[in-house]
Every structure is written in structure tokens, then in C-alpha cells.
Design a protein. Structure first.
Length: 400
């Protein structure tokens, strides 16, 4: 017997079990000249003995691993498990979470952040109460199946919102294409042929010459030059409102009469959907251009800019800021009603110029340069409409 309070040691044929002051038992053994101790203590001798038995059996059958190596292996296994768990969590991200991140990090073809208005429109489709993609927000990416996308698209088309459906589908397709690149999903579930091209099939009707003249006369005088710039120059609405006196050069004949005006188009304004009116870059590099306007149209523009100080905006609100779209719309709608062409939109004026320019025999390259298009496809639309007008004119001449 040992003195009271001293450790009790039980000698065995293989291994040693010590009783600690805490009452627990420590197990040790020697192998290849090195002493090894159990990584934990045991409540009973039997527990310590069982552990020694497993170590002895492992030595005898050749499966024994040095504790240091076993710790490394356990650490590696734990690390692999952590990586695997993280990958599972990464791939279980919902469409909404991934889409929000996609919008934040999205850049254009030049590597620049997307425009504020574009970002706002994406956020509206993805998160607003009436957004067409809001219902997908809680769906994990791997659970979005092609058949579900087809059904969703068909339901949206059935509501009659064809253009909104096409835009939402196109946005979803782009987001999930990036998800494929990030290896979050294997294939893009947006596989509807032509899904992004659905439209209302409503053609933009340009005004006739008589309608255009009527609109110019009927609209508030301060907006007459605005209508002319859009119809005779083919500028986009935002490009028109961004013009300043510095962008206009009036050319005169020797006797002082207005011969023509030159417009420099190099920026545009954006507004709407929570975006304040502000100047920004044009839609694309092709949008930066110089436009020449002649005849009566040039005279209207020259009269409008006469007396404006350098750098002054051509159209402003009462405080000298960018004029609001609602102000222009109210004047436009009133003039349109007076002339009797309620189906003519402000964008129809740009279409008027594109079609008329194509009728002069302009090449596609010349049409692109005039209208500020970055693709031939857009210019071809005007050329096609001009050709149709020409065919209609020939048909009238040939009629009995």
C-alpha cells in the first residue's frame, strides 16, 4: 500500500495505468523506445485498460500511427471537411443573394461599373414588390430547373407584359451564366430559345411630315427646338436634354442668314426610378458624334440658342436645372392631342430621322454614325423601314 494521497500505479504486462489525485486514471505505454500518453484521462481503470488494449492491437496488426502523425491526419481531415462544408454552403446560396452580389460587381464591356439607371432597373426587377424576378429570391441556385424557368416565363407572358418578361428573362439568364462560370451550377437553366427577344411586336411609327410640322407648331415654344433636335438630329431624349450652348455651333452665310448648325453629342442625362437627373456618359462610344442640321430646322435651333450664355443648358426648369421629364411629357402630350397623333411617342422623332436619313441612300455605316448606334442591327431597322416606305410610294405611283 502507498501513503494516503499518493498516486497509485498499476503495473501491467504492457502499458501503465496511474491514478491521479483527481480520481481519474492516466494510461501510458512505450513503443519503439518512446513513451506515449493517452490524450485524455479515464474515470475508471477499465476505461484506461480498454484504451491500452486498442493501442496494443493496432501495434500488433500494423495499423498503429504515431500520435503526431495521427494529429496531422485528423487536422487534414477536419480541414477537408471544413472546405467541403464551405463549398456546400457556397453552392446553396439563394438566387436573391447571388443576384444582389452580381449587380454590385457588374461592369460594362469597358470594365466600368454599370450606369446608375441600369443598376436601379436591375434592382427593381430583382427586389421590388412587382419585380418579375422577386419570386426567385429565396430559391437556392442549384434548385432552379429549366422546366421551372419555362413555366415562370409562360405565366408572365400570359399577363400581357411581353417586354418586361423578356427583359427579366434576359437579366436572369445573364446572372445564371455568371453562376455557371463561378462553378455554382453546372448548366444555365435559362434555355428558352429566343426567350430574351420576346416583344410586343408594336412598331414605332414615325410621324409624317405634316404631323411633325403640326407638333412643332402646337408644342410650347420653349420646346420647339427640342422636337427639332430629336427629329432632325436623331438624338435620344437624354442626349437632347444634356445639350448646352457650348455644344451648338451656328454657321451663317455671308449675308448673315443661318446656313446650318453643328451639334456635339458627348453626354446624356438620366432620371427616373429614384435616380436624380444628372449628366453622364452617352450610351456607348458610338454615341459620341457630331450632327449637322440644315434648313428651317437649323433656323429654329439657332433662334433657341440665341442669347444663351456659354455653358447654359438649352432646356431647364425654373431654377436652371435639368428640365424634368414630366414637364416635357405634359407639353408633348398636349401637342400630340392637338395634332391628333396620340400614337406618336417622343422616341418616334428619333425614328423619323433614322428612316428619313436612310431614304437618302445612306449606307449602314453612315446610319450608324448619324444615329450613334454601336451595332449594324439597329441601323438596319431604319434602312428596312425606309425601303418599305419607298415600295409603298412606288405602289401608289403604279396604282390605276
Amino acid at each position: 500500500m502507498t501513503a494516503k494521497g499518493q498516486k497509485q500505479k498499476k503495473r501491467r504486462t504492457w502499458g501503465i495505468i496511474d491514478k491521479q489525485r483527481s480520481g481519474h486514471h492516466r494510461a501510458r505505454y512505450t513503443h519503439n523506445g518512446e513513451r506515449f500518453t493517452a490524450p485524455m484521462t479515464f474515470d475508471t481503470v477499465d476505461g484506461a485498460d480498454a484504451w491500452l488494449s486498442t493501442q496494443r492491437a493496432a501495434i500488433l496488426n500494423g495499423s498503429w500511427v504515431h500520435p503526431d502523425e495521427a494529429a496531422k491526419q485528423a487536422e487534414a481531415i477536419a480541414a477537408e471537411a471544413e472546405v467541403a462544408a464551405a463549398e456546400v454552403a457556397r453552392k446553396s446560396i439563394t438566387f436573391g443573394e447571388y443576384a444582389d452580389k452580381w449587380v454590385r460587381e457588374r461592369t460594362n464591356s469597358k470594365g466600368e461599373p454599370i450606369r446608375p439607371r441600369t443598376r436601379k432597373e436591375y434592382e427593381r426587377m430583382l427586389s421590388s414588390e412587382n419585380g418579375f424576378l422577386t419570386e426567385w429570391r429565396t430559391t437556392p441556385l442549384p434548385e432552379i430547373r429549366p422546366e421551372d424557368v419555362r413555366s415562370w416565363r409562360a405565366e408572365k407572358l400570359a399577363t400581357g407584359h411581353l417586354t418586361q418578361t423578356a427583359r427579366a428573362y434576359d437579366l436572369m439568364k445573364s446572372i445564371l451564366k455568371t453562376a455557371v462560370g463561378d462553378k455554382l451550377i453546372e448548366d444555365n437553366p435559362c434555355q428558352v430559345t429566343g426567350g430574351s427577344l420576346t416583344s410586343t411586336k408594336k412598331k414605332v411609327r414615325p410621324p409624317t411630315d405634316a404631323e411633325l410640322n403640326g407638333l412643332i407648331e402646337a408644342i410650347e415654344p420653349r420646346y420647339r427646338a427640342l422636337v427639332v433636335v430629336a427629329a432632325a438630329g436623331g438624338l435620344r431624349y437624354g442626349e437632347c436634354l444634356a445639350l448646352t450652348a457650348d455644344d451648338i455651333t451656328v454657321e451663317r452665310t455671308e449675308d448673315g442668314a443661318v446656313d446650318g448648325v453643328r451639334l456635339i453629342v458627348d453626354d446624356q442625362i438620366t432620371e427616373g426610378a429614384g435616380i436624380p437627373r444628372e449628366s453622364g456618359q452617352v450610351k456607348s462610344d458610338a454615341g459620341v458624334r457630331r450632327i449637322s442640321i440644315f434648313g428651317r430646322d437649323a433656323q429654329i435651333i439657332a433662334d433657341h440658342v440665341a442669347g444663351l450664355p456659354a455653358g447654359a443648358l438649352l432646356w431647364t426648369d425654373t431654377q436652371g436645372r435639368y428640365v424634368s421629364q414630366s414637364s416635357v411629357n405634359n407639353a408633348w402630350w398636349k401637342a400630340r392631342k392637338e395634332v391628333g397623333c396620340d400614337d406618336i411617342t417622343f422616341h418616334s422623332l428619333r425614328h423619323y430621322q433614322g428612316t428619313r436619313y436612310a431614304r437618302t441612300g445612306a449606307t449602314l455605316a453612315e446610319l450608324q454614325a448619324r444615329m450613334g448606334h454601336s451595332s449594324v442591327k439597329a441601323a438596319m431597322r431604319y434602312q428596312h423601314d425606309a425601303e418599305q416606305e419607298r415600295l409603298d410610294e412606288l405602289a401608289r405611283r403604279a396604282a390605276r
